[in-house]
Design a protein around this ligand. Structure first.
Ligand code: NDP
Length: 244
């Protein structure tokens, strides 16, 4: 499994699964463009990558909800490296809420980052990915495949990511651009605390999440990063439209 020389743009690389993916990609020889909003944390990821990289990662800071930022990310990446081979749509937010208390503002915020920005970024990346016969890996969630109480709009957004993956894979197949997604179960990251869970709620959530995976435990960011790296690499050259 190698990404030697491939130019890979990873969103949400300042923490959690995205940060681990960036480091895993660097180990496999990728050249990296890294997005996130938190500059300090993004620089820390870049430092983690540098010991494996020939070329320093390019930092493309900014909020994916801002269309100008999204355009700038693709333009800067291609201007800097001359090509784009892999796009990892990883960034997302989680806002808790049931059918009774999900506000339209929460819905809009989540759909904007988790779905709309992913669509726009991918559209901008596609012409470059066609040139390199590259590929796209979306980070979806078990919440796109199964239903859980209290995370209504998040699950809706992840189901949209899954359908986006399958439809885009068909649209791009004739151009030899692959599109896949990973659908992790619970992974130990900041995502849930950022959603405002209390310590007690988080403990309950972790306990419950053990039952959502056959292995009976939460996963690690490294385990997800390895799956993403596999899909992004030529080792997965016959895999497209898969949500795994
Ligand atoms: P984290 O909260 O640790 O990371 C989220 C990342 O997304 C951060 O780097 C954050 O950047 C970035 N991000 C969020 N909003 C924006 C935005 N508007 N613009 C740019 N960047 C943004 O969570 P995870 O690592 O857990 O989440 C990564 C992916 O994994 C998500 O798609 C999530 O839905 C998915 N996932 C996570 C699971 C879990 O249990 N943790 C399970 C299944 C799927 P910054 O901090 O710089 O703002």
């Amino acid at each position: 499994m190698s990404l030697r020389g491939k130019v890979c743009l990873v969103t949400g690389a300042s923490s959690g699964i995205g940060a681990s993916t960036a480091i895993q990609f660097a180990r496999l020889g990728a050249r990296l463009a890294l997005n996130g909003r938190n500059e300090e944390k993004l620089k820390a990821t870049a430092r983690g990558c540098e010991e494996f990289c020939d070329q320093k990662p390019l930092l493309v800071l900014g909020d994916l909800a801002d269309e100008a930022v999204v355009r700038g990310m693709v333009e800067q990446t291609v201007a800097h490296f001359g090509q784009l081979d892999v796009l990892v749509n990883n960034a997302a937010i989680l806002v808790m809420g049931t059918i009774e208390d999900t506000t339209l503002q929460d819905y809009d915020r989540m759909m904007n980052v988790n779905v709309r920005s992913m669509l726009y970024l991918t559209q901008l990346a596609v012409p470059h990915l066609i040139k390199t016969k590259g590929n796209i890996v979306n980070v979806s969630s078990i919440g796109g495949l199964r239903s859980f109480p209290g995370v209504l709009a998040y699950c809706m957004s992840k189901s949209a990511v899954d359908q986006f993956t399958r439809c885009a894979a068909l649209d791009l197949a004739s151009k030899q651009v692959r599109v896949n997604a990973v659908c992790p179960g619970t992974i130990m990251t900041d995502l849930h605390q950022r959603a405002g869970l209390s310590e007690e709620q988080y403990a309950q959530f972790l306990e419950h999440s053990k039952q959502t995976h056959a292995l009976g435990r939460p996963g690690t960011v490294e385990e997800v990063a390895r799956a993403i790296a596999f899909l992004a690499s030529d080792a997965a050259s016959f895999i497209t439209g898969v949500t795994m």
